[in-house]
Design a protein around this ligand. Structure first.
Ligand code: ZN
Length: 268
């Protein structure tokens, strides 16, 4: 707590004034452009590695950036209350958000645990909320990982039952450079993109092109941000040499809305 309180004193002396100005500027017209689901890991600083400003983005964090699959819960899907679907409703239905981002990362402790429990089921502790959280919401990611391991470097399908238009294929780590935990972490991002489509209340937004789901992955050791390209079927490092191609794919997929979003950021 000492470090936290001293941090507040430093904040009071440095960034507070500028931040209050930014709060005032957007007070009557907050205009967030995206909702990001990311991991609670203390090394993940999404507003820094996207350089987003006050009011740009809703951020929902949990262990493993998991979004429960509505189809897991059968008939009562939309009344099984968890934070993540409620956040989606708040952002998309009530907030008019057009972009949902799932952002995972390298060396994710939740993904490591998910993989370890898969390898050693005896380690599963039925009384552990964390074990239950990752196993209940991560088992499909494990299934996809097994498909990836069996198919080698071939692409594997990510199929949406509720919104088939959102289905895609992915080449996961085609050159086998990543540790298996990081393969799982990238697969998990893509599976959460599909889980988001399982929520019926989003179907009309997805099918009518009013909502777009994106996958990102952050390499915490290199500091690199990746975006999943549906065209290339893989994660692409976001840098000067790739940004033009990534942007043109997004423009084609999302139409004018994404450009509107970026213009709004510029204006802010
Ligand atoms: Zn994590």
């Amino acid at each position: 707590m000492d470090r936290i309180l001293r941090g507040v004193i430093k904040y009071n002396k440095t960034v507070k004034k500028d931040l209050v100005e930014q709060f005032k500027r957007i007070r009557d017209n907050p205009n967030p452009i995206a909702v990001m689901f990311t991991c609670m890991d203390s090394r993940m600083l999404p507003t820094r590695f996207t350089q987003s400003a006050v009011g740009d983005m809703f951020v929902v964090r949990n262990a493993g950036n998991l979004v429960p699959d509505a189809l897991n819960y059968g008939e009562s899907s939309e009344v099984s209350v968890t934070t993540e679907p409620a956040a989606l409703e708040l952002a998309v239905k009530r907030g008019g958000i057009k972009h949902v981002i799932v952002c995972g990362h390298a060396d994710c402790k939740a993904m490591n645990l998910l993989h370890d429990l898969h390898l050693c089921p005896k380690e599963f502790d039925a009384c552990s909320p964390m074990d239950n959280w990752v196993r209940n919401n991560g088992y499909k990611s494990i299934q996809r990982l097994n498909e990836r391991l069996h198919s080698g470097s071939k692409s594997i399908p990510f199929h949406s039952l509720v919104s088939p238009s959102q289905s895609f294929e992915a080449l996961i780590d085609p050159f086998d450079k990543l540790h298996i935990h990081d393969k799982l972490s990238q697969i998990n991002v893509l599976q959460q993109m599909i889980n988001i489509t399982s929520h019926e209340f989003l179907k009309e937004y997805l099918e009518s092109g009013k909502l777009f789901i994106h996958g990102m992955w952050f390499d915490i050791y290199k500091g690199d941000d990746y975006l999943f390209s549906k065209d290339k079927k893989q994660f692409v490092n976001i840098e000067e040499s790739t940004i033009t191609e990534l942007m043109s794919e997004l423009e084609r997929r999302c139409g004018k809305s994404i450009m509107d979003s970026f213009v709004k950021v510029e204006e802010n």
